[in-house]
Design a protein around this ligand. Structure first.
Ligand code: SF4
Length: 346
């Protein structure tokens, strides 16, 4: 892995943040691109947030990028560009939860902190025949305690990396490769022929569904895009103006006219685009896009910090989330036939 070429804390930190909720193979090209754009913490600290989000684009979970950027600024201004090696200080920086703090301290500075991610939880539940629910925080605490006790104090970083790698390559979720496993003799589940019983994980709570109406508002050759607020989901990213409809989701034939009429916007429909579905961590999204023509230039959306009219070709230079990229891609090729309708709100 490119982040293993040297043991510098900067690359280890960036890789550990990227590897949260993202597979190793997926991370590699993003990691290389990020390091090329921001080769050290000072360059990252000096960058504009919009540039950081743009380089991060495609990896999702954008709060990770914003926290990286904020933490880089704090490291440069508060710690002379050096990462604090103290557990308490480090965990006060944005984005340094217990997992990241322990991973960076053990791998970069050889401090004896065990990291417990999904892989380690699974391995531990099999090694020690732990039948408690892995979704429970109590189980996680129990496993953290055990791992803190058994970690190799001479090489904690190597120990942690070995555990993560064992989980990624050998002790797999569905079909663990026990025959190749170096821990066979120590593994209580393997020794008792009960591997299939571990781990135990209760069923996830079903996610709610949300429907969004999205407008590609066109004025001559330009399109209106708006910037999301600096806090909350997908903060600081650009998108086409969108409205969440009340739960439960309202199906694909939502009325778009009243939403614009209420805001004093006159527009007519050019075409309806195919609906897009996307699954976020806490909800499923159904996005219904409309391509509309308007003569108005001054349009204010209360829900957004700022907006501007841009040429279609300029969209690729702005940080946008994955659903908007999907929308841009389908709008080049597809549309749903509709009868021409006009809003009569003049
Ligand atoms: Fe996992 Fe099998 Fe190894 Fe036990 S023996 S740790 S179940 S791969």
């Amino acid at each position: 892995m490119p982040w293993r070429e040297d043991r510098g804390w900067y690359k280890i930190w960036i890789s550990e943040i990227m590897l949260q909720q993202t597979r190793v193979q997926q991370v590699v090209p993003y990691f290389l691109r990020f390091i090329q754009a921001f080769p050290d913490v000072k360059k990252l600290a000096r960058a504009r947030q919009e540039k950081v989000l743009q380089v991060w684009e495609g990896l999702g979970y954008y709060s990770r990028a914003r926290n990286l950027h904020l933490a880089a600024r704090m490291i440069v201004t508060g710690f002379q560009g050096e990462l604090p090696r103290d557990d308490g200080l480090l965990s006060r920086l944005p984005g340094f939860g217990p997992y990241t703090t322990h991973a960076v301290l053990s791998i970069a500075f050889n401090q004896p902190y065990a990291v417990v991610d999904g892989n380690v939880l699974r391995i531990a539940s099999r090694l020690f025949k732990i039948r408690n629910d892995l979704r429970s925080s109590l189980t996680r605490k129990k496993i953290q305690k055990i791992m803190d006790m058994i970690i190799d104090r001479k090489s904690p970083g190597l120990f942690n990396e070995a555990m993560m790698e064992l989980g990624a390559l050998i002790c797999l979720p569905l079909y663990p490769l026990c025959i190749q496993c170096p821990l066979q003799e120590l593994c209580a589940a393997f020794q008792s022929h009960t591997v299939a019983k571990y781990p135990y994980k209760s069923k996830p709570v079903p996610k709610p569904s949300i429907t969004n109406i999205t407008f590609l508002l066109q004025n001559r050759k330009k399109f209106l895009i708006v910037k999301r607020p600096q806090r909350g989901l997908l903060a600081g990213l650009w998108e086409f103006p969108s409205y969440s409809l009340p739960l439960p989701s309202g199906g694909k034939d939502q009325k778009w006219e009243p939403l614009l009429k209420d805001r004093g916007i006159k527009a007519h429909l050019i075409r309806r685009l195919p609906a897009i579905t996307h699954s976020y961590t806490h909800f499923n999204l159904l996005l219904i896009p409309y391509h509309l023509q308007t003569e108005q230039r001054k349009i204010k959306f209360e829900e957004y910090d700022t907006g501007k009219w841009v040429l279609w070709s300029a969209l690729k230079k702005l940080p946008m989330h994955r659903v908007m990229r999907k929308l841009i891609a389908i709008s080049k090729t597809e549309s749903v036939p509709v009868s021409k309708r006009k809003i009569k709100n003049s």
